[in-house]
Each structure stands twice: as C-alpha cells, then as structure tokens.
Design a protein around this ligand. Sequence first.
Ligand SMILES: O=C(O)CCC(=O)C(=O)O
Ligand SMILES: [Fe+2]
Length: 332
Amino acid sequence: MEIATRVQTLALRGLRELPAEFIRPANERPENSKAIEGTSVPVISLSQPTDVLVKEMSSACSEWGFFLITDHGISPSLIQRLQDVGEQFFQLPQEEKEKYANDPSSGMFEGYGTKMTRNLEQKVEWVDYFFHFIWPLSKINYAIWPQNPPSYREVTDEYTQELLKVTDKLLELLSLGLGLEGEKLKSCLGGEKLELELKINFYPPCPQPELALGVEPHTDMSALTILFSNNVSGLQAWKDGNWVAVDNIPNALFVHVGDQFEVLSNGKYKSALHRSLVNKEHLRMSWPVFCVPPLDAVIGPLPSLINEENLPKYTSKTYEEYRYRKFNKLPQ
Ligand SMILES: O=C(O)CCC(=O)C(=O)O
Ligand SMILES: [Fe+2]
C-alpha cells in the first residue's frame, strides 16, 4: 500500500503556495462562489412540543434539507471531551497515526485517511480524517479505534449512547412529518440494525484558502448526518442556487438530510448539497456522524407516499448497491 502524503504533514512544512493538486478550477474556488449574506440556517430547539417540532423539521427538510438543533440533551462537557480526544489523536507523532492508515482501494474504509490523486485534473481536498463505526456493537472494531489518548474509547462510546437518543427522536419527528407512524423511518433503516459511522475531519490552516476546498460539494449517501465542529466556521450548504454559511452556535448540532431519506420520502426531504472551506489561521475540525441503513436494506420511495400525483422519482435498490454506484460515479 502506498503511503499517502498527509495534509497535516504538508501544512507543517509552512508552504506559502498551495501544491497544484489542491488548486480548484476558477468556478469552484471560494473566492468566486461566496456564500450569500442575510440568510441563515433554521435553528430548531428540541425543547418545543412535538407538533411544533414536526412542522418545523419537515419544512426545514423540504425547503432546506438541513437545520441546527439546540436543547438536544447532549451535555456541552461531553461534546468538549469528544473534541479533546479527537484533537489529541491528530496531535500524535505522524508514525503513530500511520499505524491506523486505512486503504479504501482494498475495501478497508475504517481508520486514518487522506484522499489521493494520480492526475492533476482530479483535485484533492485539504483534509485528513479518521473514520470508524460507532454502532451497532456487532460492527464496531475497537482494534482500529485510536488507542491514544486512552480515554478515546470511553468518551466516544458515551457520545454514541447520547447520540442514539437524539437520532431516535429525529427519526420519529421526521416520520411524523411525512404523515407516517413514528417508528417507520427507523424501521426502514433496519430498526436496531441501524448503523452510525463517525468521521473526524481535520483541516489544518491552509496557505491559500481562497483557492482550495476542505470538502468539495457533495450530498451524503447516509439517511441523516448529525455534525458539530470546533466552532471554526467553514461549513456551507446549498439553498436555492446559493451557498449559505452554517452559523456556529456553540453546542448546537447541524443535521442534514442524506440521499437515503430523499429517496424514502420520494423527494419531499432534500438531500443537502454541502461543502467546507478552510482558512489561513485556524485549525478546523468537524465530527459528522452518518446514520445509515445496513448494506442489505432495500431503499426506495415509501409505497404510502406514492399515488397518481406522486409517482416514484427514484428506483429501489439495496444500500450496498447505492453505495457502490455513488463511489463509482454511476447513475443511480
Ligand atoms: O467539515 C464539515 O463541516 C463537513 C464535512 C462533510 O461534509 C463530510 O465529511 O461529509
Ligand atoms: Fe458531507
């Protein structure tokens, strides 16, 4: 396996100019595609009554595909501890981190990674990451989790338990918002077999942030993604032809619809196109958790949402097939 050049290693070299593979074509550069002013992402407090939440959330998912949640019940100190252990891992000596290197080309997605490129047409992103399952127990491979700092596992397990409660609540509200029974969307995601994947994105300060992207525009193939950052701005989501910067509200969680919920809802909920920018001064980190069905779950528009006015807009297929097609850029 070829060892990737890590973005963190490049950043430590104190480059003044960005290597060519990071320089985006003019139309993709942040300097030429700025976020609009005067629009902000809906903020939904989970402390409101259910009927209010159902309305606010379903309209946010239909109109925006994303929203921020506050009063979600996860303590600020737990979020801080999760940030600390993630940051401590990335501060380890490089050779220590390389012990966890992943190898997506041979199907080993979990571990420490950086996307590579072999030709200059294909640009790369200014980010290193760590990726692993956090749920269900049968999918967890603790051997690939950072052993350092030693509290990484305990803190991450605790966050998982708290996040499962939030996920259940969101899935229930989003089901009700489609006029379905509260348990419906969770059962479509395999019920207790629903999977959670954690990615830690590490974006070092970048010498020419106006020419680069942290993560290029994409929709997540998950059903739902729940994310927070270290309060350094950079995440943007696409709404009606413009980029909208996601505000940093301390301890709020950013929630967005992924492809599987767009398909299940037959397009009522929109999978959010989003990207992240980097900056010159500050390290940015983010912790998305992807909520996904098991690979053998068949995902298609829900029959109860289909009628003569609402014909199916998507084909049904297993999540495994969807993932294969998305990775290989094949039509769905
Ligand atoms: O860093 C962020 O805020 C977004 C990252 C992201 O979209 C992803 O990893 O899928
Ligand atoms: Fe994403």
